[in-house]
Design a protein around this ligand. Structure first.
Ligand code: AMP
Ligand code: ZN
Length: 113
């Protein structure tokens, strides 16, 4: 997808702090972290959001969640972590390439919105 920020990051056209890469998934540190640990996990194939996840192969969807679990395990977050995917304007999605935030390393608020 031309002019997609995260497609450019996946292709290495824009620098990122990589924390994970496999055949189907790329993950990197969020440039504006909202927690001590804040990583974004994206499919290499462009889809806009969870609303379009049906456009991915089942293996790609599984690979994203496996990567989330592996990244969190490698990060050693004994208190746990939060996984968020904003979808559309009500959720304030700002980059229209599917991504899962992994947030950890601190006590988070006991609410979702
Ligand atoms: P969302 O608002 O859920 O779409 O999340 C987009 C996230 O992308 C935000 O947390 C931004 O801080 C992050 N972000 C934007 N540009 C970059 C970049 N060049 N490298 C890393 N993270 C970025
Ligand atoms: Zn993209």
């Amino acid at each position: 997808m031309e002019n997609c920020l995260f497609c450019k990051i996946v292709k290495g056209e824009i620098p990122s702090a990589k924390v994970w890469e496999d055949e189907q998934v790329y993950a990197f540190k969020d440039i504006n972290p909202q927690a001590p640990f804040h990583v974004l996990v994206v499919p290499k194939k462009h889809v806009a959001s969870v609303a379009e996840i049906g456009m991915l192969e089942d293996s790609e969807i599984a690979a994203i969640l496996r990567a989330v679990s592996n990244i969190a395990a490698e990060a050693s977050l004994p208190g746990g972590f939060r996984v968020i995917s904003n979808c559309g304007p009500d959720a304030c999605q700002s980059v229209p390439h599917l991504h899962f935030h992994i947030l950890g390393g601190c006590q988070m608020a006991d609410r979702m919105a």
